[in-house]
Design a protein around this ligand. Structure first.
Ligand code: ZN
Length: 195
């Protein structure tokens, strides 16, 4: 089932999240819905708060970036990936700038500086413990999605100058003046069908 994606300004994106304590049918069903929702929106990552949920869980699928990753000599594990209770266990001192977007912030893209490489510990959808070392786009997306579980959005990292330039589109989103080619929920809980 395709779920509506909560837009910038909605409290769900900033609320506390909770560790997932065990595997369950409900969890598997949520994972299926999140993957379907991500594909429907042509996204490469989606975190539970973006569909109004409080589980510490996100899904990613970097298949569209596979060529770029291969060119950079970065292995891409089988996709999609499901990361439950993810923990960042290491990050490189070296950082890089890459443009990011977010399904909760339609039509906004900005360069963000982040550690180039990370190690992430998590449970996969079979609830097995996993640890991965990631670089390039995968490191980028894993950090972006994990941030969502702490209520952090990529726009939080922008300089006050860049933020000022984005004030108008972000305010419009908070007011509910927003559309996308996938269904949304605005700050006030209003549903906006896919346009
Ligand atoms: Zn995002």
């Amino acid at each position: 089932m395709v779920l509506p994606i909560y837009v910038y300004g909605h409290d769900a994106l900033r609320d506390d999240t909770e560790r997932v304590s065990e595997n369950s049918e409900a969890l598997q069903s949520l994972i299926d819905d999140m993957i379907e929702t991500m594909y429907n929106a042509s996204g490469i990552g989606l975190a539970a708060p973006q569909v109004g949920r409080s589980e510490r869980l996100f899904v990613v699928d970097l298949t569209p970036m596979a060529d770029e990753m291969a060119k950079a000599g970065e292995p891409l594990p089988p996709q999609p990936m499901v990361c439950i209770n993810p923990e960042l266990v290491a990050e490189s001192d070296a950082t890089s700038d890459m443009e990011e977007g977010c399904l909760s912030i339609p039509d906004v893209r900005e360069a963000v500086s982040r550690p180039e490489r990370i190690r992430l510990r998590y449970r996969d959808r079979a609830f097995e413990k996993q640890e991965i070392e990631a670089g390039h786009m995968l490191a980028r997306v894993l950090q972006h999605e994990r941030d969502h579980l702490d209520g952090v959005l990529f726009t939080d990292y922008l300089s006050s100058f860049r933020k000022r330039l984005l004030r108008r589109p972000l305010r419009a989103m908070v007011r509910g003046t927003v559309t996308a080619d996938y269904p949304l929920v605005t700050k006030d809980g209003e549903r906006v069908p896919a346009q």
